[in-house]
Design a protein around this ligand. Structure first.
Ligand SMILES: Nc1ncnc2c1ncn2[C@@H]1O[C@H](COP(=O)(O)OP(=O)(O)OP(=O)(O)O)[C@@H](O)[C@H]1O
Length: 631
């Protein structure tokens, strides 16, 4: 029999195919199963359009068969099959796709979902096989043919026996090498795993004999049970993708089970988002908002992304481009027929399509979260506990560009409500004439509540947001305002309070004690930018406020990061004019100005401690207190 040569370019192409197109060898099975599914689709299509009798959708199947001794894996289908000419054209010419041609020539039907388009997938079989044999009989033909090739060398075609229409692909699996274990492609469980991973939603059953074990009869009392192995023909794939079902056909339990199985979570998701979109880009999406953050969520190890399917076949396990960072906690998948895939089906050619899908999903996720916030507050608060930090990072890292998108999703603890509140709720409760949205930063809400700077505001009935996460103040600074109300720290120089009389009085007192403050400032050196009387203190003697754009809280956060450059906020030491300590200071300044130096140091250290900042010299602080006590 004459051996026919591949054309020269084909030879090079085949070499390329086998060695460089695919990153994972296991995808050969995905490609061959997709071809089998296409072949069945084509025959099914003909049966519908040409009214072929004797063909029943339920009889179509794809079968896998392993012969470990012979080292062969057979993939069979009872689809349209190939004539001798088809074998020549489709398997003898690389990059010739009969499937693509079929799609072009026939109007797409509802129930047909042809996968092949490039005419190369078949050759991926050579990544794992020394020799590939294709025995095929076209539907309606009376002869079958066998195509055989062991790679770049070429192929043979001869007549063969095959009882019914369809195609058998027989792979002679390679021997193991030092780097590669090819034996695994002869293991039932491994094959089952590959089918589940890539081809779970192929619409025809993929069947295989699997070895199972069962108890041999009832064990007699006191005896160990005996086990026997038996063979069961099992369908490996689930076939109907849940996301392609009508929402009304899917129960909550179905969604939950699907989520837990697929994304290895032990808890039901907090929210399921099932949506289909037609138009510029047609896709089905099934998304889940987990009820809790995975253990590695806030670490570098966590990889965001959605599974991407093209016509039910898995293309990418974690397609990061489908999810913006601020919603990286979302799990799920997108299935689209419209993707222009690259030849290995591992990437998309245009990320424009992905961008379009991403921005639609982003809007959808936001609106679902807002509806959760509105309709199930308790659930939303639990969600926010897990993922709120990510939303706040989202506001911060995009330099405020995500403000519109994310600001309504944020929650902060409210001093007056004693629970979490949205910014909208806060603004709704603002007092008449209130200029700013006030916030206070501390490690816990309790500590924030005890900050001297919050005292006066609370006393006058202003609500304060207590910020306890490092990122909080940075995020608010990025946002600048909400509903045209600027955010303002309780430590800010200007709280915008409309108490002119008091301000005048403080101003006057400040002037009167100008000498004292200058003296204290000199004593403290560059530790503080200024010393002055405070408008915000009621019962506490002292506090720190910040002069510039960098607050003390931000200084604390930035300096805790692992880099050498330390920053310093402008500190202003504020004294309570109505506190006995101030009186004592004034008195000492007249009698013993040297003591005032010590007092200035002590007051500054106290203010630092109140802020949760470290003091420079705890030993002299303690000594100074003891000295005072002993007096
Ligand atoms: N099991 C099969 N039954 C019938 N025809 C087949 C079968 N397998 C392959 N073919 C034919 O061979 C052609 C080439 O297959 P191949 O897998 O190389 O490319 P494809 O499936 O068309 O495209 P892609 O590279 O996107 O997978 C197919 O288009 C189809 O016409």
């Amino acid at each position: 029999m004459a051996k026919k040569k591949f054309k020269a370019e084909s030879k090079r192409l085949l070499d390329m195919m086998i060695n460089s197109i695919y990153t994972h060898k296991e995808i050969f099975l995905r490609e061959l199963i997709s071809n089998a599914s296409d072949a069945i689709d084509k025959l099914y299509y003909h049966s519908l359009t040409e009214n072929l009798s004797g063909l029943n959708r339920d009889d179509f199947a794809i079968r896998l068969e392993v012969d470990k001794e012979a080292r062969t894996l057979k993939i069979s289908d009872n689809g349209c099959g190939m004539t001798q000419e088809d074998l020549e054209n489709n398997l003898g010419v690389i990059a010739q796709s009969g499937s693509f041609q079929f799609k072009r020539e026939n109007n797409k039907q509802e129930d047909i979902d042809i996968i092949g388009q490039f005419g190369v997938g078949f050759y991926s079989a050579f990544m794992v096989s020394d020799e590939v044999t294709v025995i095929s009989r076209a539907y309606g033909a009376d002869k079958a043919f066998e195509w055989k090739s062991s790679g770049a060398d070429g192929y043979t075609i001869e007549e063969a026996d095959k009882a019914s229409h369809g195609t058998d692909i027989i792979l002679k699996i390679k021997e193991n090498t030092e780097d590669e274990n090819y034996d695994e492609y002869l293991e039932g469980y491994r094959l089952q795993g590959i089918v589940k991973k890539y081809s779970d939603y192929i619409r025809y059953p993929i069947k295989m004999d699997m070895e199972r074990s069962r108890m041999k009869g009832e064990p007699k009392e006191g005896e160990q049970p005996e086990y026997e192995t038996y063979i069961e023909n099992v369908t490996l794939n689930s076939m109907v993708p849940l996301w392609k079902k009508n929402k009304s056909e899917v129960s909550e339990e179905d969604y939950n089970q699907f989520y837990k199985d697929k994304f290895y979570d032990y808890e039901n998701p907090a929210k399921v988002i099932h949506s289909s979109t037609e138009g510029a880009s047609t896709y089905n999406a099934l998304l889940f908002i987990p009820a809790h953050a995975p253990y590695n969520y806030y670490s570098k190890e966590y990889e965001k992304g959605l599974q991407l399917y093209a016509s039910g076949v898995l293309i990418m396990d974690k397609c990061a481009d489908l999810l913006p960072d601020h919603f990286s906690f979302v799990r799920g998948l997108v299935d689209s027929q419209d993707l222009s895939l690259n030849i290995s089906r591992e990437m998309l050619q245009h990320d424009r399509q992905l961008k379009l899908i991403e921005s639609r999903l982003e809007k959808k996720i936001k609106s679902e979260l807002l509806s959760m916030l509105k309709n199930d507050r308790e659930k939303y608060e639990a969600f926010f506990k897990s993922f709120g930090l990510q939303l706040k990072y989202g506001v911060y890292t995009a330099y405020g560009a995500n403000k519109e998108l994310l600001q309504d999703l944020l929650l902060f603890y409210s001093s007056s409500e004693k629970k979490m509140t949205t910014l909208e709720e806060y603004v709704g409760r603002m007092k008449e004439g209130q200029k700013y949205i006030y916030y206070a930063c501390a490690e816990t809400t309790d500590r924030a509540d005890r900050l001297p700077q919050t005292e006066l505001l609370k006393d006058q009935g202003y609500e304060i947001l207590y910020l306890t996460d490092d990122i909080d103040e940075f995020a608010l600074k990025m946002m600048r305002d909400f509903s045209e109300k600027e955010f303002r720290s309780v430590s800010d120089k200007d709280l915008g309070l409309e108490n002119k009389e008091e301000s005048e009085e403080i101003k006057k007192k400040n002037e009167e004690s100008a000498e004292l403050f200058r003296f204290m400032k000199d004593a403290l050196g560059d530790k503080v930018a200024d010393v002055r009387l405070s408008e915000r203190l009621k019962s506490h003697p002292v506090c720190l406020s910040s002069g510039g754009g960098l607050s003390l809280e931000m200084e604390k956060v930035l300096n805790s990061m692992p880099n050498d450059q330390k920053v310093k906020a402008d500190r202003v030491l504020e004294l309570n004019p109505n506190h006995p300590v101030f009186e004592a200071l004034c008195k000492k300044f007249a009698d013993e100005p040297d003591q005032v130096k010590k007092y200035a140091g002590l007051l500054y250290d106290q203010a630092l401690l109140i802020e949760g900042l470290p003091i420079e010299d705890p030993v002299s602080f303690s000594n100074a207190i003891c000295e005072l006590m002993a007096k």
